[in-house]
Design a binder for this molecule. Structure first.
Ligand SMILES: *Cc1c(COP(=O)(O)O)cnc(C)c1O
Length: 482
């Protein structure tokens, strides 16, 4: 039944399949590309599989009838045309509801992600509804008049992965899977393990041995995942898992799963709502496996298509210089080809050399006029410390956004007067070891820090060890140690 409400469209050859026809690796049987979820009633790309007559494939815009849930065409009673102002009202109203799915910042917007037979079956930890914070000191550091940060680290398990996991894991449970699995740099496994535990499903995590932050590993164990550490990197874990899902009835929850992206598009809706249905000029996102940037883009594009907003922001992607396959691809082939790299950066969440969703990322950069930048280890560490000094904090991978923005402002690609939102993807507690090493002065090698010493020194917080006397503490205060 739900198959008439949503379908999967191959982003390579545009073939449409129902969710049951999708292969276990979520790749198109014909061209090998990834799918995206499409809603025949209202997606701009729509060509319906089951009811070809109902589509406006010529791209002409839809009329928005008065009243929620009004059937669009008499011949297609299941078709539902969203009404922009009624939706805005409904979504806001739900914030006062006691219903779990209304309290979720993902399912509150369920009209734009009708992927479940019954949304009340959603597995939710009340994810989403994250704050959009003013960042005056970071604005100054970047040369901007103002700057906002959408803190996705304020989700239940501390990263944006929760918004995608509530969506895809709910689909897994509805479809009767007993096992779910992911390869992970840490946050996906933390999120998956939590939602699987809530749903009563078993979960398998493949992580690169010794290469994920302790905070994240401890979460997967706390939530009861079967966590296998493989003697390889993230890209190796992905390869192994691709084989496992061929041989075992296990539902793949990496971001090749298109339902993840339906949840991950909702921060775009929240941003628009928080800005009174305006959108920023520019949103800056860290790039790892490169799915999240396209999820946000999809959210903004769908809102515009439905008349909820008038424009789509530019979406820019920032990578660590040590894990920069998209940056290199854009430089050398304008995004036509991507050569995997050996990834090496302390920002472990984006330590990915062969990103699965790179074509989706290229498309969203092109469609929105965004840029792809890369930043060094020192630039990441400085930006992270600046975000910390703002009282906000984030994990290293999130800080690439501020580091990248500085470069975009410096060479004029972003103007100081623009409204920019940084997407902070993970919580500062995810990787406290990184933070402590930075403040102790042990994080960066001399070579990495060269030229940045004067920027780093004032950002370091001191942590003196003293005798247990008021005198000793007072002496430190007098010396003005911050
Ligand atoms: C997963 C993750 C990313 C990368 O997102 P992609 O969709 O893989 O590009 C960035 N930051 C954090 C904290 C993450 O957990």
């Amino acid at each position: 039944m739900i198959d008439t409400v949503h379908q999967l469209r191959c982003t390579g050859c545009s073939q449409r399949v129902t969710q049951r026809e999708a292969r276990s690796n979520f790749r198109c049987a014909d061209c090998g590309e990834l799918f995206e979820v499409e809603y025949p009633a209202w997606s701009s790309t729509s060509v319906a599989v089951h009811a070809p007559a109902l589509v406006h494939a010529n791209g002409s815009h839809y009329e928005l009838p008065n009243g929620l849930g009004a059937p669009s065409l008499p011949t297609q009673p299941r078709t539902w045309m969203p009404n922009a102002s009624a939706l805005r009202w409904l979504w806001k109203e739900r914030r006062h509801s006691a219903l779990p799915i209304d309290q979720s910042g993902v399912w509150r917007f369920r009209e734009l992600l009708p992927i479940l037979e019954n949304p009340n079956d959603a597995v939710t930890l009340r994810e989403g509804n994250t704050p959009l914070l003013g960042m005056p000191r970071c604005a100054q550091a970047a040369g901007m008049e103002r700057l906002l940060a959408k803190h996705q680290g304020m989700n239940p398990t501390g990263s944006f992965k929760d918004t995608g996991m509530t969506a895809a894991l709910s689909v897994a449970r509805e479809r009767g899977f007993e096992w779910v699995a992911c390869a992970s740099t840490g946050n996906t496994s933390a999120a998956m393990a939590a939602y699987a535990a809530r749903a009563g499903l078993r979960c398998l995590v493949l992580i690169p041995e010794g290469k994920i932050a302790w905070g994240k590993l401890s979460q997967a164990m706390d939530y009861g995942a079967l966590t296998c550490q493989l003697r390889t990197d993230f890209d190796g874990c992905v390869r192994v898992l691709a084989e496992v899902v061929e041989h075992y009835p296990i539902y793949l929850l990496n971001s090749v799963n298109p339902y993840r992206l339906e949840g991950q598009k909702t921060p775009a809706l929240e941003m628009a709502e928080e800005m009174e249905w305006n959108v920023p000029d520019h949103v800056i996102v860290p790039g790892g496996n490169l799915a999240n940037c396209s999820a946000l883009g999809k959210g903004f594009q769908e809102m515009k298509h439905l008349g909820l907003t008038r424009t789509v922001p530019s979406i820019s992607v920032v990578q660590a210089a040590g894990a920069n396959p998209l940056y290199t691809s854009m430089q050398t082939s304008a995004g036509r080809e991507l050569t995997p790299v050996h990834a090496d950066t302390r920002a472990s969440a984006i330590r990915i050399g062969s990103p699965a969703s790179w074509r989706k990322a290229v498309r969203i950069l092109e469609q929105t006029g965004g840029f792809c930048e890369q930043v060094s280890e020192a630039e990441i560490a400085i930006a992270k410390a600046e975000i910390g000094r703002e009282g906000v904090g984030c994990e290293p991978a999130s800080a690439v956004t501020l580091a990248g923005l500085k470069k975009l402002v410096k060479d004029g690609r972003v103007k100081p007067s623009e409204n920019v939102v940084l997407l902070l993807t993970g919580h500062t507690l995810k990787d406290s070891e990184y933070t402590i090493e930075f403040h102790r002065g042990n994080l960066l090698s001399e070579g990495e820090a060269r030229g940045y010493e004067s920027k780093i020194a004032p950002l370091r917080s001191e942590m003196p060890v003293l005798d247990a006397s008021a005198d000793a503490v007072l002496r430190v205060l007098a010396a003005g140690v911050s």
